[in-house]
Design a protein around this ligand. Structure first.
Ligand code: NDP
Ligand code: 8X3
Length: 262
């Protein structure tokens, strides 16, 4: 684990002390939504543990955040996740790491892509929760926030396995509530619509032109929008559990219907 104690710029999130000293895990913190969640939680005083595979990107994010630590970790590796996270006393766990691969009809799909999505988006989340929830239960305090997707609520053409992976998270969210509600651990799912990040570059395997078309002419969401909402969710009084938050771009009527201005 590397760490940074720099106290320079924490991006644009208004600072407060609502999470002062709390240990927060953010998976997928090397870019996009996870990076901004890490910045938002740190702006409220959390000590953030940043997890992803790309160490240089984690270190770039951690440089700006007081008391941030980085952990280079693949969430698909159950043993590595358990050994890296199992002993840490998290109060906040944000399961954000995830990805899409491909947008073909199932009959043209690549099983390697399916495996990568299911291993990351479903099993990866389970590995992280298995490693971190026992401590939260023992301390009778914690917040779990899943980053789902509108894709888990409404399937769309070519979304097949990605949509199924996010639908699995939605079911997991409902089930986890039974596991944790009387153990002092709140469970929430934040389900975004179109957020401009590296998501589509990854989905289209580096075809930036195709990725750019996804957001063309749309007043898409920014990762900061989702991060502010996650910060809001975890800073409510303990009696309040904001369970499900669906966040659309104002230009989206549904996962399939998007207004384009050009
Ligand atoms: P990004 O590609 O910017 O971020 C994905 C993050 O996940 C990266 O930090 C990546 O880090 C990490 N990650 C991927 N695979 C692994 C792995 N095996 N182990 C550890 N970390 C991993 O995309 P987004 O920020 O958009 O995506 C974040 C989450 O938001 C995902 O779960 C996505 O499904 C969800 N989402 C995105 C939406 C969008 O429109 N962008 C809308 C709805 C939901 P690294 O490569 O360094 O490992
Ligand atoms: C990402 C949003 O609609 O591209 O989960 O699937 S969408």
């Amino acid at each position: 684990m590397s760490s940074s104690t720099s106290s320079s710029d924490i991006s644009s999130f208004p600072p407060d002390r609502a999470l002062e000293g709390k240990l927060a895990l953010v998976t997928g913190a090397s870019s996009g939504i996870g990076e901004q969640i890490a910045r938002a939680l740190a702006a409220s005083g959390a000590r953030v543990v940043l997890v992803a595979r790309r160490q240089a990107e984690l270190e770039r994010v951690a440089r700006d955040l007081p008391a941030a630590q980085t952990l280079t970790l693949d969430v698909r590796d159950a043993a590595a996740v358990q050994s890296a996270l199992g002993a840490l006393e998290f109060e906040l766990v944000i399961a954000n790491a995830g990805l899409a691969r491909g947008l073909e009809p199932l009959q043209q799909g690549d099983p390697a892509d399916w495996k990568e999505m299911l291993d990351t988006n479903v099993l990866g989340v389970l590995h992280v929760l298995r490693a971190t929830t026992p401590g939260m239960v023992a301390r009778r305090r914690g917040d779990v926030v899943l980053i789902g997707s509108v894709a888990g609520r409404q399937a769309y053409p070519g979304g097949n396995v990605y949509c199924a992976s996010k639908a699995a998270l939605r079911s997991l969210y409902e089930s986890l509530r039974y596991d944790l509600f009387d153990k002092g651990v709140r469970v929430s799912t934040v389900d975004p619509g179109m957020v401009k990040t590296d998501f589509s570059d990854v989905r289209f395997k580096g075809d930036r032109e195709r990725a750019a078309k996804v957001y063309a002419g749309v007043d898409h969401l920014l990762p900061q929008d989702i991060a502010e909402i996650v910060r809001f969710v975890v800073t409510r009084p303990r009696r309040v559990n904001l369970g499900e938050v669906v966040v659309w771009s104002s230009d989206q009527a549904s996962a399939m219907q998007v207004a384009r201005r050009s």
